[in-house]
Design a binder for this molecule. Structure first.
Ligand code: BMA
Length: 319
């Protein structure tokens, strides 16, 4: 007998699809990739690669079908540059990619591991070879950030997750020029108590634009006596005022279940930083870090996620 809950994501049978053994140079682990579909249909993953010092850099892997035959660059694609950008002292992590039509460029928003904890940095690129760094755009402690693909009421909008101990919520901030950020709005709060998403939440991949609103897959961190459990949930936000939450699911939709998700450098973690949407406008491929060790792929349907959110939206107001 299996437990009777609806599975919104189907894991690829060949998971993990990428791990350290696929790399042409010595590394410790590969996880938490950003993802995008290039104009020719190629899937590009910008993988977080942890070296054998414990510092991370980013390396591109490309596949024509998004599933296998990954062509992995034989050297790091985008490395920390602590000489010019001292805030990248201990590496760069967890990239989220957004294609920005107004600039004809990809925005890569990533975590810079500074001496004082994680901060949010931005780089623009046209080709994933040359990167134009903007440096830190949100000082520590802040992470789990992505840019929305176009301006909202004339302003760029960034989702991010500052830490306001003891809890950490998702915020939205606005900028006229991608450098100066303000008009900060609380977007989604971590719940409290026994909830799966109590105390600490954060954006996972960049939001998915739908006619009903921005569909956000976010992670919740449950602290247990045995350590943390990273799981994913769904929420929908207003298209024109994305800080306004329209619906939020009560239950998590995806969590560590397979051995490669439950055991690794950090047990019990599923952590997507990217997805691709197929030309059918419905098939979502989620690329996620599994236990901070390898990369998994899980496939779902946008329509099914929106229907699920309709049925499972929270009616609970806790004070
Ligand atoms: C989060 C991030 C992720 C990591 C996860 C589990 O806070 O740092 O990079 O995958 O923890 O270790």
């Amino acid at each position: 007998m299996t437990n009777q809950h609806q599975e919104l994501f189907r894991r690829q049978k060949t998971n993990p699809i990428l791990s350290a053994t696929n790399w042409a140079y010595p590394i410790n682990s590969v996880f938490n990739p950003g993802a995008t579909l290039l104009p020719d249909g190629t899937t590009l993953l910008l993988c977080r690669v942890e070296d054998r010092r414990g510092h991370s850099h980013l390396t591109v892997a490309r596949s024509t079908n998004g599933v296998d035959n990954w062509q992995i660059e034989s050297r790091p694609t985008f490395r920390a540059d602590p000489e010019q950008f001292p805030e990248e002292l201990w590496g760069i992590e967890d990239p989220r990619i957004t294609y920005v039509p107004e600039l004809s460029k990809y925005a890569v928003v990533y975590t810079a591991f500074t001496r004082d904890g994680p901060g949010v940095s931005l780089a623009l690129t046209e080709d994933f070879h040359k990167f134009e760094r903007y440096g830190v755009i949100m000082p520590p402690e802040d992470k789990d950030a992505a840019l929305l693909p176009y301006r909202i009421q004339g302003q760029w909008a960034l989702i991010h997750r500052p830490v306001s101990a003891p809890r950490a919520h998702m915020w939205l901030s606005y900028s006229p020029d991608l450098r100066h950020w303000g008009n900060h709005k609380l977007m989604l709060e971590a719940r409290r108590g026994a909830w799966w998403d109590a105390n600490k939440i954060g954006l996972s991949p960049p939001p998915i634009e739908t006619p009903q609103g921005w569909l956000v897959i976010y992670h919740g961190v449950r602290h247990t006596a045995a350590g943390s459990i990273y799981r994913l949930g769904l929420a929908l936000f207003d298209l024109y005022a994305p800080e306004y939450c329209l619906k939020r699911g009560d239950e998590w939709i995806f969590g560590p279940q397979e051995t490669y998700e439950q055991r690794g450098d950090v047990d019990n973690v599923v952590f997507p930083c990217g997805y691709t949407l197929a030309p059918d406008g419905d098939t979502v491929r989620l690329y996620y870090g599994a236990a901070d060790t390898s990369i998994g792929l899980a496939t779902g349907s946008l329509r099914a996620m929106l229907e699920w959110l309709d049925k499972h939206q929270s009616k609970i107001v806790e004070r």
